[in-house]
Design a protein around this ligand. Structure first.
Ligand code: 9MR
Length: 848
């Protein structure tokens, strides 16, 4: 039905676009019979939703019980669009019961590429809707489609006055950034640093007020002007309320007439939850296993890629044509990110970080081994007496082992770079419903060294739990390393990016260093030690401003050489290099008014910048573990603020954490934004974050010219700024685990004892060690236990002067002298076996 247009709209339609073509000036309306004045032609509908004109509108009864929005559609085809032209889609619509539908302008045929996909919320009262977009591609075979399926109950849809006009002024994207006071939306540790940033025109200090949830003023002070922040282009000031220590929920900070979103003080419990959420996230990313809804409520799904139709993998996968003539069973592992690809290179760094989070419990004084023990995560192996984080890492390690070229084949021992779909698939797509053929891509030196590094690291960590698996890992690591030496320059092609990412890397000297380091730490062997010390990376600065990543892994090797005990001759220098780097990252964090521990030399934020920030915090955290200096701990705790809301967008980048958290990340599985029947990503999912290079159509459309912090949009189609990925959640897991270990911040409780440990006899396979425990506290120690964990393959058999047990990796000794007065000591002899590898002394002892 044609209604009289409001004057402003009518005027807009008459405007001849300056940049538009003559065609649009002549015929700006792309919809035929959008008013239904001449019946229903040329509108069409799916058979289950026949339309007819009722009171001048097109109405249709939408059946109950369909699943997806596109299970019932009303649309019009033969829509022409010109690339770069801006359009406005307007219509009036109602629903007999409130329902959210999809209004799409897209290709009429596969791959149904969408120009816009909006989600109007319809009500019984007809409402007017309007959306402006700039067409990314030209077509004469476009479609306006109202996707109205997916409702459990039947309802009536009515539509009128549908219009699509060219020549619209291009949309200007203005993100909703909420209040100008930016805080960590999750909260601050009671005894930790507490800082916030305010965006303001003011250049002189402003008063700030801290209030409880009930509105009581509990602290106040003045801000520090910080000038224009280059990462956002904003004039900002910072408020420091670290001196306030009282715990509470829902506090707010007010400055310059604006009030932050509420946050907690005493937020350690949130970090404890984040540790478990960020790590349990890997279970829902698993390939080759049904996700149990009882374990991951709301995320249950069928097993993906187990060779069950319509899947065509991953149990018997051929190579790309011409690459090999065998097939491999490469089931399992994690889906890399929002896609269904599985890449050994990225699997490597993610697995390394999970294993490293666990290994930290053996070497870091502030770590809490009980919090990463068995039955701490939500996964099916819970309760199997193996720490859950190791179970999860094993899921990927088993996959990586399957990617190794079998003996007898050319390139035996090398590792296939990746397995993924032959062509890119659309969103959403359940892994079990992926119909694409899967292909193995050529082996690469980088993938081979990723297996060598993580399998070597895994070998020492799995030894106390599953020696047979540890042996398999060590053999695979040695074979892989030897194969990489024999084929040191087989690089993944930059052109091999159809159906999956390339993960290309033409410099693998850093991977060689990392693999040699892990092999040396696990075996103590001279060949690997020499490879470490001969590597140019051993003395180079491996701590770049950009941080480390899947592509640059020398840092991973360096961190482990610094923390895992070994006989490395220059270990003191190696440890100092971590501390020096942490000082640099801390200076970066302090210099930035949002506390960003990341300042890439280019001034541009990289793809996955949030993981770069976190990886720099891993270095700072390691410096804390090495030195115990509070500045480093506070730097990590305060560095999390940026990711949890203290930023230019007022955005928490972790789903479910904070008032304004990312929840529309790019993923085929948790694609709620495209289909309301699907979930959002699970709580604890990290978004990739601002990417200055805005490399996807949504970002380029909305964010052109963005200052680094603004190069992000929480839209499912912005894969270059808003994807989820295993290497991003792995570093979130590591740092969340570190922060959770810090209790409420403040100084670490001093150990009541000191321990002198040394090997007195080593017969190669059997050893006797001596541990002298001295009470260094002012209280008598009574009925106490000495605890430690070997970082190698050693196993305690018995003790003299004490009762020793080893459960998994944990050794517990109850000294027969059960009372130690201050200053007293007792010496225990430990008899153990060392089936393989070096017999290095443990790094950490506790008495309790
Ligand atoms: O994280 C990767 C980033 O460093 C690269 O610049 C980018 C383009 O090659 O690819 C990213 O990795 C993606 C991978 O190629 C495919 N799966 C999703 C990954 C995360 O976006």
């Amino acid at each position: 039905m044609q209604r009289k247009l409001p004057l402003a709209v009518a005027a807009a339609l008459l405007v001849v676009p300056l940049t538009g073509s003559a065609a649009f000036a002549d015929a700006p309306e792309q919809i035929v019979n959008g008013t239904f004045d001449s019946g229903t032609d040329p509108w069409w509908w799916t058979g289950n939703a026949p339309g007819s004109v009722v009171d001048g509108r097109l109405c249709a009864t939408i059946p109950a019980g369909t699943t997806n929005p596109w299970d019932a559609i009303i649309g019009q085809n033969q829509i022409s669009l010109q690339a770069g032209e801006s359009y406005r889609l307007t219509f009036s619509a109602s629903a007999s019961v409130p329902v959210t539908v999809r209004a799409n302008v897209q290709l009429a045929d596969p791959p149904y590429t969408q120009e816009i996909s909006e989600a109007p919320a319809l009500t019984p009262q007809a409402q007017d809707f309007g959306y402006t977009f700039t067409a990314a591609a030209g077509t004469t075979a476009g479609q306006v489609a109202f996707q109205v399926g997916g409702s459990a109950t039947a309802w009536t849809f009515c539509l009128d006055n549908v219009s699509l006009t060219g020549g619209a002024p291009p949309p200007v994207y203005v993100p909703d950034t909420g209040p100008r006071v930016r805080a960590n939306q999750v909260g601050y540790l009671a005894d930790g640093p507490k800082r916030a940033t305010v965006v303001t025109e003011a250049t002189t200090p402003l008063p700030w007020q801290l209030r409880t949830a009930g509105g009581a003023l509990v602290a106040g002070g003045t801000t520090t002007p910080r000038g224009v922040d280059p990462t956002s282009g904003q004039n900002v000031q910072t408020a420091d309320f670290s001196a306030y220590h009282s715990q509470g929920n829902g506090l707010t900070l007010s400055v310059d007439g604006e009030t932050s979103v509420p946050f907690d003080i005493g937020a350690n419990a949130s970090y404890e939850k984040l540790r478990a959420d960020a790590l349990s996230w890997f279970y829902t990313q698993r390939s080759g296993i049904a996700i149990d809804n009882a374990i991951a409520p709301g995320y249950g799904r069928a097993a993906g890629h187990l060779g069950v139709a319509p899947n065509q993998g991953d149990t018997d996968v051929p190579c790309q044509p011409g690459v090999c003539d065998y097939r491999l069973d490469v089931r399992g592992g994690w889906y890399d990110a929002g896609d269904h690809g599985k890449y050994v290179v990225n699997g490597g760094i993610a697995t390394y970080q999970l294993l490293s989070a666990f290994e930290r419990t053996k070497v870091a004084a502030s770590a809490r081994p009980d919090r990463l023990a068995d039955a701490t995560l939500r996964l099916p192996e819970r309760g199997n007496r193996v720490p859950d984080v190791l179970d999860e890492a094993r899921w990927e390690l088993e996959f990586m082992l399957r990617m190794q070229v079998p003996a007898g084949q050319p390139l035996a021992g090398m590792v296939h770079h990746k397995v993924h779909d032959q062509n890119w698939t659309g969103l959403p797509l359940d892994p079990a419903a992926d119909p694409q053929p899967r292909e193995l891509h050529p082996p690469s030196t980088a993938a081979t060294l990723n297996l060598a590094a993580t399998a070597a690291q895994g070998a020492r960590l799995f030894q106390p739990y599953d020696p047979a698996f540890a042996a398999r890992l060590l053999t695979a690591a040695r074979t892989a390393y030897a194969a990489a030496l024999a084929h040191p320059a087989i690089y993944a092609s930059t052109a091999d990016g159809n159906g999956g990412g390339t993960y290309d890397d033409a410099d693998v000297t850093d991977e060689f260093y990392w693999a040699a380091a892990e092999l040396y730490l696990s075996t103590g062997e001279r060949q690997y030690r020499d490879a470490v010390t001969a590597s140019p990376w051993h003395t180079a600065d491996v701590f770049k401003p950009e941080g480390f990543s899947w592509q640059f892994t020398a840092t991973a090797g360096r961190l482990d050489l610094a923390t895992v005990p070994s006989g490395l001759p220059d270990r003191t220098r190696v440890r100092q290099s971590v501390v020096d780097a942490a000082r640099k990252y801390l200076a970066t964090e302090r210099a930035n008014p949002y506390g960003i521990a990341y300042a890439p030399t280019s001034g541009k934020f990289d793809w996955g910048s949030n993981s770069a920030v976190l990886n720099n915090l891993v270095v700072v955290a390691t410096a804390y573990d090495l030195t115990g200096a509070a500045d480093y701990r506070d730097g990590v705790v305060g560095g999390m603020d940026y990711l949890l809301g203290r930023n230019a967008l007022n955005q928490s980048y972790v789903t479910g954490y904070g008032e304004r958290s990312s929840h529309n990340q790019h993923t085929r599985i948790y694609a709620h934004q495209l289909n309301p029947a699907l979930p959002n990503p699970p709580s604890g999912s990290l978004a990739g974050g601002p990417n200055s290079s805005i490399q996807d159509p949504v970002a380029s459309k909305l964010l052109a010219g963005c200052a680094p912090q603004f190069c992000y949009v929480d839209d499912i189609n912005s894969w270059s700024t808003n994807e989820i990925a295993i290497n991003w959640n792995s570093t979130l897991s590591w740092v969340a685990s570190f922060v959770a270990d810090q209790s409420e911040g403040g100084p670490l409780r001093a150990s009541p004892c000191s321990v002198q440990y040394g090997t007195v006899l080593d017969l190669g396979g059997v050893f006797i060690a001596q541990a002298t425990v001295r009470n260094t506290s002012r209280q008598t120690l009574s009925d106490f236990r000495l605890r430690y964990a070997y970082t190698g393959a050693q196993h305690v058999e018995l003790a003299v002067n004490g009762t020793a047990t080893q459960t998994g990796a944990t050794v517990e000794i109850k000294p027969w002298q059960s009372r130690l007065r201050p200053g007293d000591s007792t010496t225990i002899l430990i008899v153990g076996k060392v089936p393989w590898g070096p017999n290095t002394a443990p790094a950490l002892f506790t008495c309790a």
